[in-house]
Design a protein around this ligand. Structure first.
Ligand SMILES: Cc1cc2nc3c(=O)[nH]c(=O)nc-3n(C[C@H](O)[C@H](O)[C@H](O)COP(=O)(O)O)c2cc1C
Length: 155
């Protein structure tokens, strides 16, 4: 059934972002398509992290995270496929209130303090309470992930 789930989900377009954190002084980041807002009051956001790959660990062991909304396909590929230790090489960042890196080239970001973590199946749902954020630009081309590729929205 997990293959069926994979095959059906491949056909469902999802937004993409890069989640970052500061893990004991080390910058960590990964491309995600499981980001969503969860609650307005309190303002909560969430994503799910693959526990088999250990993607949950840095977020479990740090005090918060930043969701970087980017429309740059190359950056999304770096943060999905490049060696974890080399992902931030040559990339400009600013530190947020939780020490998590923010990409000034994003079109917006949200910063959250760790709120709850729920282990469900082979993933963990990482929930954060929004403490900061900004819209950097109004003029951008958001990407969606669909059938294993990034697509630009057009009307
Ligand atoms: C489009 C896309 C979406 C992804 N979404 C998630 C996600 O929501 N949660 C997750 O744990 N991994 C997700 N991944 C995989 C992680 O980006 C990847 O496992 C992480 O960067 C660590 O890299 P590694 O698996 O090479 O160690 C996604 C990958 C891609 C290409």
């Amino acid at each position: 059934m997990s293959e069926l789930l994979r095959n059906v989900m491949r056909n469902f377009p999802l937004g993409v972002a890069i989640v970052t954190t500061n893990w004991n002084g080390r910058y960590i980041g990964m491309t995600i398509n499981t980001f969503n807002s969860l609650s307005l009051n309190p303002p909560l956001i969430m994503f799910s992290a693959d526990r088999i790959k250990g993607n949950d660990k840095p977020f479990r062991e740090s005090n918060g995270f930043v969701i970087n909304f980017v429309d740059n396909e190359k950056l999304l590929d770096i943060f999905a496929f490049k060696d974890v230790k080399e992902r931030f090489d040559g990339i400009e960042v600013q530190e947020g209130k939780t020490g998590s890196p923010i990409f000034p080239q994003s079109y917006a970001y949200l910063e959250a303090r760790k709120y709850q973590i729920h282990d469900v199946g082979d993933h963990s749902i990482i929930i954060g309470e929004v403490i900061d954020g900004k819209i950097f630009k109004e003029d951008f081309s958001p990407l969606v992930y669909f059938r294993r590729a990034y697509w630009k929205l057009s009307k």
